[in-house]
Write a protein that binds this ligand. Structure first.
Ligand SMILES: C[S@@+](CC[C@H](N)C(=O)[O-])C[C@H]1O[C@@H](n2cnc3c(N)ncnc32)[C@H](O)[C@@H]1O
Length: 466
């Protein structure tokens, strides 16, 4: 039984009426709903989990639990996410080629959703203020096989001057009082108070003030929280409308089964709030969530991301590969089938401190930013040879591959995750992709004796039991 504070209960009885509030408290005592999304970027999405219970209104999403050890997770074929939390990225309705910012991005559930919809075209900037959390964000985006993402770890104030009016879409999935997560994480109830709700509201305003600076005229801001409090939901939207002339925009990209709407009377009867979305536990879809879509007035003629400006030329001179280096890279890449976004890799490839990569963004606007990764790391140049990188393996999972070793059993798979070598019966030699249940999750290198040298990154390896 959740121990909800009396002030919390009184507040929602007043806002919703006793009957609905009591329904909400009862639903908050149910077990939380677990679910997962299937990655549409991957070539093979045959998973062992049941798909009998789809999450309403979404493609590729199902109720059920996922283990972080399963090949489905390790290969980035599924992402474990609360059902309601899947919706903000879908409300953004990202189109290939757009410039998208996820300002509060870790651990990355919504960034993976935004990134998959770009389909390798345009750019996603995934920012997370906390460095340790940004590292987890990076791992999750890497597994998902998103190649066109710049991952930064900055405060919104520090990020904004670098990207003034730059983005078509910005998602602010704000830090909040988390009331909608109480049944999943009852510990969070301890921090709750009316004052804490107002502290969160203040922080949300500070973040959003910077976010709007980065939105182009005509661009869309998606604001979401996992809390019920009107102070952090409807009232924040009203504040955005009043202070920045943003226009609340109806959400047409999703169906509305088991989803409610925002309350006009919770923020000065502002017309348009009926177009915001509320996910209540008593609606039966998932945990609590609020989502609003707002449009910045004005229009800009959309300029495509320039690939040949002067800044780029300078970078190319400094970071371009020598011909023989490019040949080393090509000798490995030519062995694999490349997704279409890599077709022009020789034109876009750069090298920095021996790391060969295809940047998601280039130019002076990146100077001075704390960047965790920029685009797709193809691999590392090491004295006359090129070693393909882990991120590349997960991007190659987007298309059918021939040079793959499917580990024959669970024991081999576990050994590989531990970083051990595995002996296989195969004629393939040199670099190969490694899969389990045909889900690609790593590179390996087969020696003449049939032993696969393990290229699963040390930082991701699991400890051996016993
Ligand atoms: C609700 S979580 C984001 C969840 C994420 N969007 C996802 O789907 O996985 C909010 C994030 O905001 C970050 N954050 C906290 N304070 C912040 C601030 N002042 N400015 C920007 N981000 C902040 C937190 O570190 C946290 O990762």
């Amino acid at each position: 039984m959740l121990k909800l504070p009396k002030e919390f209960k009184d507040k929602y009885r007043k806002l919703l009426g006793t009957d609905e509030a009591d329904e909400m408290f009862t639903a908050m005592n149910d077990t939380n709903k677990k679910s997962f999304r299937i990655n549409p970027l991957k070539f093979n999405t045959k998973i062992s989990y049941s798909k009998k219970a789809p999450v309403p209104n979404l493609a590729n999403a199902y109720y059920g639990a996922v283990s972080g050890q399963d090949p489905e997770w390790v290969s980035g074929t599924v992402y474990s996410q609360d059902p309601s939390a899947m919706f903000p990225a879908k409300v953004a309705n990202v189109q290939p080629g757009e410039r998208v910012l996820d300002l509060c991005a870790a651990p990355g559930g919504k960034s993976t959703g935004l990134g998959e919809d770009l389909k390798g075209q345009g750019v996603l900037v995934a920012n997370e203020i906390s460095r340790p959390r940004a590292k987890v964000l990076r791992e999750n985006l890497e597994r998902w096989g998103v190649s066109n993402v710049l991952i930064t770890s900055e405060s919104p104030e520090k990020l904004a001057p670098h990207f003034l009016q730059f983005f078509d879409k910005i998602l602010v999935d704000a830090p909040c009082s988390g009331e909608g997560m109480f049944r999943k994480n009852p510990e969070a109830i301890k921090y709750w108070s009316e004052d804490y709700v107002l502290t969160c509201q203040k922080r949300q305003k500070e973040i959003l003030k910077e976010a709007v600076k980065m939105l182009r005229p005509g661009g869309e801001l998606i604001y979401s929280t996992c809390t019920f409090s009107p102070e952090e939901d409807e009232q924040i939207v009203a504040w955005l409308v009043k202070n920045f002339n943003l226009v609340i925009t109806p959400i047409k990209s999703i169906k509305m089964d088991k989803i409610s709407h925002g309350h006009l009377d919770w923020a000065q009867n502002l017309d348009g709030l009926q177009n915001t979305l509320r996910f209540w536990p008593q609606d039966g879809l998932g945990e609590g969530q609020f989502i609003a879509k707002l449009t910045m007035p004005g229009v800009t003629i959309k300029a495509p991301i320039k690939r040949k400006n002067r800044a780029k030329k300078k970078l190319r001179n400094k970071f371009a590969l020598f011909k023989d280096e490019k040949e080393l890279v090509a000798a490995i890449l030519d062995k694999f089938n490349l997704p279409s976004e890599l077709n022009d890799w020789p034109k876009r490839v750069l090298v920095r401190k021996q790391h060969v990569f295809i940047p998601a963004l280039t130019g002076k606007q990146l100077d001075g930013l704390k960047i965790l990764s920029n685009g797709l790391e193809l691999g590392i140049l090491k004295k006359k040879r090129f070693e393909p990188g882990h991120q590349l393996a997960l991007v190659l999972g987007q298309v059918k591959q021939e040079r793959v070793i499917d580990l024959p059993n669970q024991e081999n798979y576990q050994s590989y995750l531990h970083g051990e070598t595995v002996k296989v019966d195969s004629d393939l030699r040199g670099f190969v992709l490694i899969s389990c249940h045909n889900l690609i999750f790593s590179f390996g290198k087969i020696a003449n004796n049939g032993v696969i040298k393990n290229y699963y990154p040390k930082g991701l390896r699991t400890l051996k039991k016993g």
